[in-house]
Design a protein around this ligand. Sequence first.
Ligand code: G6P
Length: 614
Amino acid sequence: MCGIVGYTGHDKAKDIIIDGLKKLEYRGYDSAGVALMEDGGIQVRKKAGGSGTGGIANLEKAVAKEKFRATTGIGHTRWATHGQPSDVNSHPHASYDGEIAIVHNGIIENYRELKDQLEKKYGIEFVSDTDSEVIAQLIRVLYDGDLEHAVRKAVKKMEGAYTFAAIAKGEPEKIVAYRKDTPLIAGIGKDCNFIASDMTALLQYIDDFYLIDNGEMVVETPDRIKILDPAGKEVTREPLKVTWNQEDAEKGGYSHFMLKEIHEQPKAVQETVSRRIGKDGKIVLDGIKLTLKDLKKFNKICIVACGTAYHAGLVGKYVIEQMARIPVEVDVASEFRYRDPFVDDKTLFIAISQSGETLDTLMSLREAKGKGARILSIVNVVGSSVARESDDVFYTWAGPEIAVASTKAYTTQLVCLYLLALYMADLKGTITREYYDEILSELKAMPARAKRVLKKADKIEEMAKLLYNRDQIFYIGRGIDSSLAYEGSLKLKEISYINSFAIAAGELKHGTIALMEPDTTVIALATQDRLFDKMYANVEEIKARHAHIVSIAKSGNKKIKKVSDDVITIPKCRDEVTPILSIIPLQLFAYYIARERGENIDKPRNLAKSVTVE
Ligand code: G6P
């Protein structure tokens, strides 16, 4: 959700922190701020975003002419939970006397109670509507010249999810940070040290970093990083190497991260597949230790995820059931957590998450773990919470995904699910070696085929120019295509704000067809040879209502042209693997529509990339 950056060293903290915040803007961009240790005091500057500008752009403008000498400071980019986006509700929050400043990611659930106590007992007047201000005021009243002690005492009184960093006027070169539920890393610089919500913020400054665990505190000065466990005991830990490079987190000539990430899909898919093929041409699942004995024990698989990752899970259900013949349930994490699911030690629980930090997914994982399930996760961010709490981890290796609308993470999640399904099916003997080889060679062919689909970008851009003013756009499909319909529709609504609805095509006649009229736009996914005649009939039904139809079909499909206003084709391939290709036109369509409408594509309103609150 929110992003935190801290720096203590010998260079100008303001520039380094603002630069780091820009890299974390995908975590939230309602507002941004910095607190700098300047001339024996703490200077706080913070700004809310306005229409068309994020908080960081406004902050940067506000401090452009200020020449701070500070070499220690903390910064924040916010996705508002308590208190609307405004200058005063932005972080950092300072204590009533300016002695302490903090930045916070998460929610302090008992903040009203703490606020009441601080108001009554100490007469503190709060200035913001946020829960986070409580942290600064609480640390202040507990502070006796030692920030580390004050933070330790303060966290004992807080409830909820709270990762925060604090600085104290009296200790000018020190940052104390604490992790509870939302991510935190400590970056190792040269004569300087950093803290950040994730390594994307620090790619140009560090090669190594420490992952901070839940309940741990980090105390940093320019020459030292001290990690303390919940009991206050110093922990020794091996640093991790940064695996992403700076260019991966930059736009590289593209107008938006989303467009860049769409175009990175051939490379990402290549990376995901090629790492998993052994010398004998068979799948090697690094990070997964599933044996035939394990598989025989599982009587079902629960796939749990949110947003785009959930849609990948829907495809996963088709392929795992079809290939490995194990029943699969797919749930959105926010529902799974509260439906008292039937999960036990015979369940394989698969969490899918790009960030590995989505709170609902993480909590569902814990729920399943508590009931004895084996936990496997498909995750992009190495060392993230979901990854660390899983028994087996399958990394997507998609590289950093910055745009809020997920693209390359989705395609690589699909590839992981295919590899997993094939691997399990092979172990169980539910498929032939020929079928195994065929699907594997389809997967290996995907990067080249995806490049061919990307070449249709101009055509899709033209289509978008024609359709960008529509009020609503429907997505329909059958079988595996219906899962794609959901993802295509989500892409469109999240970045273009066009009302969009996805439905299994066969279900149209049970209600939704009532909405079809001239001018209604329908994106029809018709890539499944097996179901083509049924799908064709559904498209004919809506054509009869004079809807405008754009179909996605396999190359060479002449029939679909008869009932479509436009057709985008994907290269011929087996029905099972079409999703890896057919999502690309849908992503491009959403992108170009949003661009025609002049929307803020990488940072759509009200959304954040990593949702670490319920
Ligand atoms: C947010 C993002 C979506 C993403 C979802 C799940 O809603 O905006 O793009 O699909 O979270 O995120 P995860 O990191 O768990 O895949």
